[in-house]
Design a protein. Sequence first.
Length: 326
Amino acid sequence: MMQRQTSFPGKPKLLDQVRTFMRARRYSLRTEEAYLDWIRRFILFHGKRHPRELGEREITEFLTDLAAHRHVAASTQNQALSALLFLYQQFFERQLGRLDGALRASRPARVPVVLTREEVRALLAHVAPTYRLIADLIYGSGLRLLEALRLRVKDVDFGYGRIIVRDGKGMKDRVTMLPQRLQRSLREHLAHVKAMHERDRALGFGAVYLPDALGRKYPNAAKSWPWQYVFPAQKRSIDPVSGEVRRHHILEKPLQNAIKNAVHAAGIEKPASCHTLRHSFATHLLENGYDIRTVQELLGHKDVSTTMIYTHVLNRPGIGVKSPLD
């Protein structure tokens, strides 16, 4: 007796339906791509069976395979789990039972790479001029890479010398400092950006992406100066979701390459990256005697235990304790 082969029912196909569902709920393009990729992998892992036919046991098998045979990091396995929970609980509206039978990937304790002040100065001195101000801001304000690139004009407060980070990790806002020595160069940079924005508007462009439903609520905000990116791309591009021609922010890869090249040019042998500048920001504040709770707030850490990792890389372990050899 031939077994009937299960195919995705109707049109559009499942992944297209999930994509439409996510876009209606304003998920970011990054999340959309990541979740669809994990759902696709889950379907292929189970012989292209439709997910409606699968359940807790098959999800557990998939997660266990990721940890046991593919040796993925704990964060990668957690992302796969989040994608499948979204598929079943949000899209299918189906509550799942316990999934604690899956072998979980271990999260090894890592001491972050931190540069000395001399190394930071050398690195920044070798960053290409196009990206120097962004690198300065990542180190000087403790920003994550995308937090710096997604920064809007309205969130730079020169009067109070602060930066408001919108929708940071965990979709939370926070406030961090705007270094005094960057204010002049940042003002000059924004003057050039504003002139470019005015040229765009004169040509009928000038819009940027707006989060959530702000575009519908405030139809003119997308072309207003306060909502523009502080670090816009050199060229306009077509938005892959809406199809509109917009000026996006600078992409991550060119900045990451610029930092990588600067590390090499400065002769730094540590595996430093953009995030290393944020690690160095936190460590140098602690070395200067600032309270760890203050540093936690500036970094936007949910738990102080996350910030405590920087006490392990201080030049004075335990703050003030000297080696008996010294």
